[in-house]
Write a protein that binds this ligand. Structure first.
Ligand code: GLC
Length: 477
C-alpha cells in the first residue's frame, strides 16, 4: 500500500477556518478503496479538540529560525477516531493559540510568516530525518507551498529529492508572500535555485509550489480555467504550467453531512421530504421569532467580499420593497463593516431578517435542514461546499455563475435544480431571489425540485479515483 501525507493548516474536526478544513478532513477517508493510505499533518493549535484527544510523541527535533532555536515535536493521534493516521506538529510559542489564523482583533497574527515557515520546516525535517517513508507529499495551498521547493533544493533534505510532491489550490487569492529579507528564516539552498521561489521580485509561496510540485490540482475544473485566464499576477505562470494541472471537484463527507443521520439537526430525514423540511423550518423560525409559513433563505459562511456577503443586505431590501414575502437568516462572522450592515438590516426588518453573527457548525447544520434556499453570491469560488451540503439537505442553491459553482449547480432553465445569476450586484441577486419565490409558489413543482437536488451525486468517489490516478502517474515516472 502506498502512503501519502497531506500537509495542511486545517483539518476538520481538529481545526477548521474554511472549506479547506472540510476537504482535508474528508479526503483521506476514501483512499483505502484505492489501496492508498492517506495521512494528515497539521500544526497543533490550542483548540478544544486537541485537548480532548490522546496523542503520543513520535518525533522531536530542533532547527534555527534565523538565530531563534525552534523545538518541535510530532504527535500522532492515538485513536482511530478520524479513520486515518493523523499527526500534528507542536511548536510551542508559535501555534499554541486558540485560533487557526486570526488574532483577537480579527486580523492575521503578526508572526504569520514565522509560523508558516516553522510549520513547513518542522514537516520537512521530520520527513527527511526520521525516515518515516511516505511515497508522496500532498500540499494544500500556500501554507504548505514552500515544501515542494525544499524537497528538491534544500541542502538538508536530500532524502526527499525523489519523493513526488502534489499541490492542491483551494484558493489562489492568497500567495504567502515574503520579502527577500526573510531568507535567513528559510532552510539553506543554492543561490542559483532562488529564482524558483520568486515571483514579481518577492518570495511567493504559491508560485514556488506551482513551479516545483510534480503536478497540481484546483478544487474544480472551471476554477482552473478561470485562474489560467485571469488570476492577477499568477495567470501567466499557471498557463505555462498547464500541462501539470488538473481541475478535480471536491466532494462532501456524507459521514458528517447526512440528513438521515445528522445528530446536529432537530428532525432527521425519514420517508418524507415535506415533513423533514417543514419540521426543521418550523423549529428554526419559531426559535428566532420568524413566521414559519414563509419561505426561508439562508446565507452561511464568512462575511467577506469573496463570498459576496456585502450584496445581501441591499438585495434583501430590494426583495422586501418589491413585496417579496420571505424570511432571511444569515450565519457567519467576518468583516466588521458587513456585520454592521447586516445588523442594521435586521433592525429594520426584525420579523423577517435574523443576522446570527457567529461561527457555529451546529447552527449551520440546522439551517441547511431548515432552509428552502441557500444564497451564494460569491465574487469568486474555487469550488464551494455549501451548495453541495445544501442540495443534499433538499435546499435549493441560488448561486452566482463563477468557479466551482458553475461545475456543481445547473440552472432550472437548463434542466438543473438551482438558480444561477451572472453579475455580482445586489439587484442580480434580488432578481434571483424573486425567481426562487416564483418557484416556491408552485408547491408541487418545488417538491420535485427538492428531490432532484437531493439526488445530485456530490460524493467523493469519482474525485478520489482521479486523485489516485494523478498519484499513480507520478509513481510510474
Ligand atoms: C476554499 C475555497 C472554496 C473551496 C474550499 C475547499 O475555502 O474558497 O471554494 O470549496 O477551499 O476546497
Amino acid at each position: 500500500m502506498k502512503r501519502v501525507l497531506h500537509v495542511s493548516t486545517e483539518c476538520y474536526p481538529a481545526a477548521k477556518a474554511g472549506g479547506m478544513g472540510d476537504v482535508v478532513g474528508a479526503l483521506p477517508k476514501y483512499f483505502p478503496e484505492q489501496d492508498i493510505q492517506a495521512s494528515v499533518v497539521i500544526p497543533r493549535y490550542d483548540l478544544p479538540w486537541f485537548q480532548e484527544q490522546p496523542f503520543v510523541s513520535v518525533y522531536q527535533g530542533l532547527f534555527y529560525l534565523g538565530l531563534e532555536p525552534v523545538q518541535y515535536e510530532i504527535l500522532a493521534l492515538d485513536s482511530g477516531i478520524l479513520g486515518y493516521p493523523f499527526y500534528c506538529v507542536n511548536i510551542p510559542g508559535k501555534f499554541d493559540r486558540n485560533s487557526v489564523y486570526l488574532a483577537d482583533n480579527g486580523e492575521g497574527f503578526r508572526d504569520e510568516l514565522q509560523r508558516n515557515i516553522s510549520f513547513q520546516r518542522a514537516v520537512l525535517h521530520w520527513l527527511n530525518d526520521s525516515g518515516i517513508g511516505f511515497d508522496l507529499v500532498h500540499c494544500h495551498d500556500h501554507q504548505a507551498g514552500l515544501i515542494p521547493f525544499f524537497m528538491k533544493h534544500g541542502y538538508e533534505f536530500k532524502r526527499l529529492r525523489r519523493m513526488p510532491s502534489y499541490l492542491t489550490i483551494h484558493n489562489a487569492a492568497h500567495h504567502g508572500l515574503m520579502p527577500w529579507s526573510a531568507r535567513h528564516l528559510l532552510p539553506d539552498f543554492h543561490d542559483n535555485d532562488g529564482g524558483l521561489l520568486e515571483w514579481d521580485s518577492v518570495i511567493n509561496s504559491l508560485a514556488a509550489a506551482i513551479k516545483c510540485c510534480w503536478r497540481f490540482s484546483t478544487v474544480s475544473p472551471n476554477y482552473l480555467t478561470e485562474i489560467q485566464d485571469r488570476l492577477p499576477s499568477l495567470n501567466t505562470l499557471l498557463k505555462d504550467e498547464w500541462a501539470k494541472s488538473r481541475g478535480i471537484l471536491n466532494g462532501i463527507d456524507t459521514t458528517v453531512w447526512n440528513p438521515r443521520t445528522d445528530p446536529k439537526i432537530k428532525q432527521k430525514l425519514g420517508r418524507s421530504w415535506k415533513q423533514f423540511k417543514g419540521k426543521n423550518r418550523d423549529y428554526t423560525c419559531r426559535e428566532l421569532g420568524l413566521d414559519p409559513d414563509l419561505p426561508l433563505f439562508v446565507f452561511i459562511g464568512r462575511l467577506a467580499q469573496q463570498k459576496g456577503a456585502d450584496l445581501i443586505p441591499p438585495a434583501i431590501e430590494e426583495v422586501l420593497a418589491r413585496g417579496g414575502s420571505a424570511n432571511f437568516i444569515i450565519l457567519g462572522t467576518g468583516s466588521k463593516d458587513i456585520e454592521a450592515k447586516l445588523q442594521e438590516c435586521q433592525q429594520r426588518h426584525d420579523s423577517r431578517v435574523k443576522s446570527l453573527l457567529m461561527y457555529s457548525e451546529d447552527v449551520a447544520h440546522q439551517l441547511y435542514a431548515s432552509a428552502d434556499f441557500l444564497l451564494m453570491p460569491s465574487r469568486f469560488e474555487p469550488c464551494g461546499l455549501n451548495q453541495m451540503f445544501s442540495m443534499y439537505y433538499g435546499t435549493i442553491p441560488i448561486v452566482r455563475s463563477t468557479g466551482g459553482l458553475i461545475d456543481t449547480v445547473k440552472d432550472i432553465g437548463e434542466k438543473g435544480c438551482g438558480i444561477r445569476f451572472n453579475d455580482a450586484t445586489s439587484s442580480d441577486l434580488a432578481n434571483a431571489i424573486v425567481r426562487g419565490l416564483m418557484q416556491y409558489a408552485d408547491q408541487k413543482g418545488f417538491a420535485k425540485l427538492i428531490r432532484k437536488c437531493a439526488k445530485q451525486d456530490n460524493s467523493w468517489q469519482q474525485s478520489i479515483s482521479i486523485y489516485a490516478e494523478e498519484y499513480r502517474m507520478l509513481w510510474s515516472v
